[in-house]
Design a protein around this ligand. Structure first.
Ligand SMILES: [Fe+2]
Length: 180
């Protein structure tokens, strides 16, 4: 017997995530959907088109921002926060996250790291500071869900060389991206 794909297309997943993001229990509800769906990463591969951009905004409103993200080997994002809850699911490759904390003396220190493999989901708090890189030979692809309007949230980037917090802009993000 052939098992039915629980999500027929990307639009259905986006609609389900939008609905889940509006309730009081949004973090748990969105995480549950992500865990259910990413259990079968090949099903996500089957419904995601080949996006040209590495970061593609699939949907955004005041409750949720849903992105398709692709990380290319040998590049690492600058440390950044989100100021809203983030729930990340990986369906291809592997994503390496270094976790940082800002100490009272304004120094940024690495406090942990985690590698997400295809099929895994990670929830991050609004204040989590992290860098992201690709931990696989092939590009790492996933769906990133943020519980708020990410494009208008005032959040920070951190310059690893100086430890300075900077307002998040796409231009600064690209400038601080490191290449091995
Ligand atoms: Fe991030």
């Amino acid at each position: 017997m052939t098992e039915k794909n629980p999500i027929s297309d990307l639009g259905v997943l986006v609609t389900d995530l939008r609905r889940a993001s509006m309730g009081d229990a949004a973090p748990a509800a969105v995480k549950q959907i992500m865990e259910d769906v990413f259990k079968k990463p090949q099903d996500i591969c089957d419904i995601v088109p080949e996006f040209i951009e590495n970061d593609t905004l699939l949907y955004e409103d005041e409750f949720v921002s849903i992105w398709h993200c692709r990380f290319i080997p040998e590049r690492t994002t600058p440390p950044h926060d989100h100021q809203i809850t983030a729930i990340i699911g990986i369906y291809r490759g592997a994503e390496h996250n270094d976790i940082y904390e800002m100490y009272p003396d304004s120094s940024l220190r690495k406090t942990g790291e985690t590698v997400l493999l295809a099929g895994e989901v990670l929830q991050m708090s609004p204040t989590t500071i992290h860098t992201v890189s690709c931990a696989s030979i092939e590009p790492c692809c996933g769906i990133h869900v943020y519980l708020g309007e990410l494009t208008v949230v005032e959040r920070s980037l951190f310059d690893m060389a100086t430890g300075n917090a900077l307002p998040y802009t796409e231009e600064t993000y690209r400038r601080l991206m490191s290449i091995k």
